[in-house]
Each structure stands twice: as structure tokens, then as C-alpha cells.
Ligand binder design. Structure first.
Ligand code: UD1
Ligand code: UDP
Length: 367
């Protein structure tokens, strides 16, 4: 089976890597990897770690790119690749603009689509924006829906998708995570080796969602600043997304603070190892909401809605919104109340057993 695997951003690459690796060792598959290059540095970091050399690289990235620019660049570039390769199916992962363009390009040439991480929904078309729309649009065009959880499967059934087209697989993010965390891991960034993870309370922070750019992000950063200023044992590590707006918005709250460490985006290995050592996580990321429960780390989700309720139901994640007071209150509770902390800090795996890639490959072969 010739499978054209299309991805373009950091999280898609991390979650697609276990499938590429699985197909490379299975003679039933001929995987062809095409990256759009929606992300550049942040994508290349992942390709290097998983030693994936794309067969095609559209290299569309430009700073300040608009959604229309990404969509049309990827759509046009993929048209040529699909014509040349004539694959049996096209595989996409998640909900980015690359994913939507990939699905549309395949549909235009009547190539069957496999959608990895299908069926996630918040119910609000504008949150996350534009990802919720991308997911729904892609589902309409998809032949194989690979749902990570039972809830995701139910969402697809409710929308009228056929039961036989939905496969419950778990999320490949757990497949990837299995190989990364090592208690003896040494960071290249020496600051991360020097932090006292036992005596200090290290908070790992990330934020990049489009709908949070502006006032919501200012509230998040202001809350984090308060948490640090109120307790001398608290330190924050903030690997900042490459989006310059994230830097502009965070600098006024964090610049020059000796217990808030703003870093460049970390490679996947240091990032997951840092997550496994930190005290808790504050994030608006999708993937990190899936990884933190598996590592037993409490997560405060700084968004208004989440399409990943499983971590909340399991007790490891809390949806705290983007208002400063609520974030500070939730943070202080974790910092000051050991019982509340213990209740959240337990490892659970609502997002899979680490064998999602294999299950996806088996389903594809069944046709
Ligand atoms: C994209 C996805 C989002 C996903 C996120 C993962 C869309 C619409 N959004 O958002 O779903 O959660 O990736 O991180 O598909 N930049 C760089 N170098 C990079 C990457 C980004 O400089 O390697 C900067 C550029 O200035 C770029 C900006 O970040 O214009 C935003 O990148 P973009 O891919 O448009 O959206 P993300 O916010 O990264
Ligand atoms: N990640 C990383 N380095 C970082 C921050 C995140 O490797 O500095 C990884 C993280 O482990 C997760 C993925 O990137 O697997 C999440 O990506 P992101 O938050 O950018 O996107 P989302 O999941 O929200 O789409």
C-alpha cells in the first residue's frame, strides 16, 4: 500500500513519527513523506530527532503567514505531489491548516483519506480557532477515522459517520512518549540541569493558541508573574513558541525576572524530560494536555474550552480559563495544598496504550 503521509507543524510531526517508523519496517507499506513546511525550525527539530527525511518538502513557511497563504500554498503544492505519486491513500494528523489543505487536495483527486486523531470537538467553531473548523471539515472528507478515545468515536457517530469507518486506536502521542523519558537525561541547556526539581517548585509554561493572542495571553502571563512573586520557591520555565507575538506579549511580564526562564522552543526530548521533572504544567497546548496525564503531572489548561475532556475526568487536568484571578487561585491551590496536589498528580493514560501506530496500520491494510 502506497501511503502519502502529509504533515507540516511540530505536533503533527511528533504524532505522525510513530506511524512513519511503523510503516518503514512493514513490507506491506510504501510510505512517502511530504511536508508542507508550515513550520520551519519547529518542524525540523522533530524530523531530526525521529530521523525522518521527507521525500518532498514544499517549504511554504514565511514569517507572519496568514491562514489563506498556508492553505493555498499547501493545496497547490500537494496537487503536484499527489499526481506524481498516485498513492493508495493520504494520511493526515490533527487539525492544523496543513491538515485541512491535505484533505482537500486528496479529495480533489479522489484519493482516500485516513485521519489520525479524528473526532475531537469542543462544539465551538471559534475555539480553538481555526482548528475546530479544520477538524470538522476534514471529517466530512475522510474514509478512515482514527479516533484516540471512546468520546472521540461517539462525536463522530453523532455526526452521522458510519461505525465501520471509525477505528478506536488511542493517540500516537503516547507511542512517541514511551521512548523519550529517562531519569538520567542530561539537558544540553545547562540551566535545566541546574534547576532544583526537588526543593523548588518548577512550573512548565507554554502558550501559543491564536484565540489567546492578545488580552487572554496577557492575563495568563500576569497570573504566572503573580504566582512567582508570591512564593520564592517557585520558578518558571517557558519555552516560547516562535510566534513573535508570544514574545512581545510575554516580555513585559517576564523580561529580566531571575526566576522566570524564557527559552527558545525545546527539542522534543528535552521538553518531555523537563515535563517529567517539573512540579506542574500551565498550557493552552493540545498535545501537552495528552502527555502530562501520562507522566502524572497536574495541568492547568488556560483555555475556555477543551476538546480533551478525558484528562479532566481522570483528575489530572483542570480547565481554568484565561482570567487572571482564576489562574492564580488554581495555581496557588496546587502550590500550597499538598492534598489538592496529590489528587491531581497521578499517572493515567486516557489517551492510549502506546500501540496506536500499529492499530492504524492494521486498519489501513484491511481497506
Ligand atoms: C500552528 C497550528 C496550530 C498548532 C500549532 C503548533 C494552524 C492554523 N495552527 O499554529 O493548530 O497548535 O501550529 O505549534 O495550522 N514560526 C516561526 N518558526 C516556526 C513556526 C512558527 O518563526 O518554525 C512563527 C512565524 O512567525 C509564524 C508564526 O510563528 O508566522 C505562526 O505560525 P503558524 O504555523 O501560522 O501558526 P501556529 O500558531 O504555529
Ligand atoms: N513540544 C516540544 N518543545 C516545546 C514545546 C512543546 O517538543 O518547546 C512538544 C510537546 O511535547 C507536544 C507538542 O510539542 O508533543 C505540542 O505542540 P504544540 O503545543 O506546539 O501544539 P498543539 O499540540 O497545541 O497543537
Amino acid at each position: 500500500m502506497k501511503v502519502l503521509i502529509v504533515f507540516g507543524t511540530r505536533p503533527e510531526a511528533i504524532k505522525m513519527a510513530p506511524i512513519v517508523k511503523e510503516m518503514e519496517k512493514d513490507p506491506n507499506f510504501q510510505p512517502v513523506v511530504a511536508v508542507t513546511g508550515q513550520h520551519r525550525q519547529m518542524l525540523d527539530q522533530v524530523l531530526e530527532i525521529f530521523q525522518i527525511e521527507p521525500d518532498y518538502d514544499l517549504d511554504i513557511f514565511k514569517p507572519g503567514q496568514s491562514l489563506t497563504y498556508i492553505t493555498s500554498g499547501a493545496l497547490e503544492g500537494l496537487e503536484g505531489i499527489i499526481s506524481m505519486e498516485n498513492p493508495d491513500c493520504l494520511l493526515i494528523q490533527g487539525d492544523t491548516t496543513t491538515v485541512f489543505s491535505g484533505a482537500l487536495a486528496a479529495f480533489y483527486q479522489q484519493v482516500r483519506i485516513g485521519h489520525v486523531e479524528a473526532g475531537l470537538r469542543t462544539g465551538n467553531l471559534y475555539s480553538p480557532y481555526p482548528e475546530e473548523a479544520n477538524r470538522r471539515l476534514v471529517s466530512v472528507l475522510t474514509h478512515w477515522h482514527f479516533a484516540p478515545t471512546e468520546k472521540n468515536r461517539e462525536n463522530l457517530l453523532k455526526e452521522g459517520h458510519r461505525e465501520e469507518s471509525i477505528f478506536l486506536t488511542g493517540n500516537t502521542v503516547i507511542d512517541a512518549l514511551k521512548y523519550t523519558v529517562d531519569p538520567d537525561y542530561q539537558f544540553e541547556e545547562d540551566l535545566l540541569n541546574r534547576l532544583d526539581y526537588d526543593k523548588k517548585k518548577i512550573i512548565l509554561l507554554t502558550s501559543h493558541r491564536r484565540e489567546n493572542l492578545g488580552k487572554p495571553m496577557e492575563e495568563i502571563f500576569s497570573a504566572v508573574r503573580d504566582l512567582v512573586d508570591q512564593d520564592e520557591d517557585v520558578e518558571v520555565v517557558f519555552p516560547r513558541h516562535k510566534n513573535p507575538r508570544v514574545r512581545e506579549l510575554s516580555d513585559p511580564f517576564f523580561k529580566g525576572h531571575d526566576r522566570i526562564h524564557c527559552l527558545e522552543p525545546l527539542d522534543y526530548l528535552p521538553f518531555t524530560n523537563l515535563m517529567s521533572r517539573c512540579y506542574f504544567v500551565i498550557t493552552d497546548s493540545g498535545g501537552i494536555q495528552e502527555e502530562a496525564p501520562a507522566l502524572g503531572k497536574p495541568v492547568l489548561v488556560v483555555r475556555r474550552e477543551t476538546e480533551r475532556p478525558e484528562g479532566i475526568e481522570a483528575g489530572t487536568a483542570k480547565l481554568v480559563g484565561t482570567e487572571k484571578d482564576r489562574i492564580v487561585a488554581a495555581g496557588r491551590e496546587l502550590l500550597e495544598n499538598p492534598e489538592a496536589y496529590k489528587k491531581m498528580a497521578h499517572a493515567v493514560n486516557p489517551y492510549g496504550d502506546g500501540h496506536a501506530a500499529k492499530k492504524i496500520c492494521q486498519a489501513l491494510l484491511r481497506g
